[in-house]
Design a protein around this ligand. Structure first.
Ligand code: NAP
Length: 308
């Protein structure tokens, strides 16, 4: 089969770190153009706008939209209207209703829409899901603590409305939790800490439950220096599970049960090719729904100013 002719929109950090190497290794895709106001990829035709790129390259089959979430809907609308399949970086949009609108549009045109949740493709996630499916759960605790200055230096958009603040990494945890829990949960309580000078939270603590009254706690914090924590722990009737390092390793009763090399973005592109081939979409909005609930239900606390 001929490769899927792909274009990238929004050439920045995640494109360079992950998309380009993953696309280069995947024979199902051929990168034919980029659209970005400043960013370019050596050897690939570059345009400043998606409109100019689509006009110059009618052969494009699919686009990966990698700009910040606040600017994704307009680009997705242009791409779907032009008949292209769409890969949305996470989070898939700035609101739930705009993503629902894209799902409806993609469905009406028979195009594939992919809301990519890269953390779901971390190596030990499927094993954690199987473990939880086989043993009665008693509780879950999520700890996602990292240093924003290290991971997001100078990213102004992340502190703006729709940038999600600490939920930008926190939604990765929620994407795993919503995938591995045998039964959905809903938010019952939250506290969001907003720096006095920022429009998005720097920390959040969340409490979830479900119809079995399963206690699920999550703590997200961007002020962590030193050791970074991306852990999901569960107490079950069979023992204690810890999905560590963002899903890279699984521990059962403190003993390493599984680890494998990281393949998140290669797996995302395999899945994108698969859904295009099958003529379906894959656009789960559960992680984004929990974030929206946190902004709706969460008590807001103003904390000290944050300077990059
Ligand atoms: P980034 O480098 O700050 O932004 C990506 C590119 O988007 C920028 O280089 C910029 O390119 C374009 N852009 C920025 N503001 C824009 C605007 N107002 N309108 C249109 N385009 C704009 O961010 P990133 O770290 O790559 O993150 C992008 C997305 O990927 C986010 O949703 C993030 O959550 C997700 N993601 C990031 C990481 C990570 O480690 N960084 C990991 C996984 C997922 P031009 O100036 O050339 O237009």
């Amino acid at each position: 089969m001929a490769p899927i002719k792909l274009a990238i929109v929004g050439v920045g950090k995640i494109v360079r770190d992950q998309h380009l190497p993953s696309i280069a290794k995947n024979a199902d895709f051929e990168l034919v153009a980029t659209a970005s106001r400043h960013g370019t990829v050596d050897g690939t035709p570059a345009y400043e706008t998606i409109a100019a790129m689509l006009a110059a390259h009618p052969e494009i089959d699919a686009v990966s939209l990698c700009m910040p979430p606040q600017f994704r809907y307009e680009a997705a609308l242009e791409a779907l209207t032009a008949g292209k399949h769409v890969f949305l970086e996470k989070p898939p949009g700035a609101t739930i209703s705009e993503v629902e609108d894209l799902k409806r549009l993609a469905g009406s045109k028979g195009l594939s829409l992919f809301a990519s949740w890269h953390s779901r493709y971390a190596p030990a996630v499927e094993m954690a899901k199987s473990y939880l499916a086989a043993s009665a759960m008693k509780s879950m605790t999520v700890t996602w603590k990292e240093d924003v200055r290290h991971w997001h230096p100078g990213q102004a958009w992340i502190w703006e409305p729709g940038g999600l603040g600490v939920f930008d990494p926190g939604i990765n945890a929620l994407s795993i939790v919503t995938h591995i829990l045998p039964k959905p949960v809903f938010l019952t309580e939250a506290e969001l800490e907003f720096p006095e000078n920022r429009a998005a939270p720097i920390a959040a603590s969340l409490t979830f439950s479900n119809s079995d009254k399963l206690p699920v706690k999550a703590v997200f914090d961007w002020r962590q220096t030193g050791k970074q924590s991306w852990d999901i722990e569960a107490e079950t009737a069979a023992g204690k599970m810890r999905l560590a390092d963002g899903g890279a390793r699984l521990f059962i009763d403190d003993a390493l049960a599984f680890e494998a090399p990281e393949e998140e973005y290669p797996n995302l592109y395999r899945r994108f090719a698969e859904i295009i081939g099958a003529g379906i979409s894959d656009a789960d909005i559960a992680p984004l729904t929990h974030v929206a609930d946190a902004f709706m239900l969460g008590r807001r606390k103003i904390v000290e100013t944050f300077q990059d």
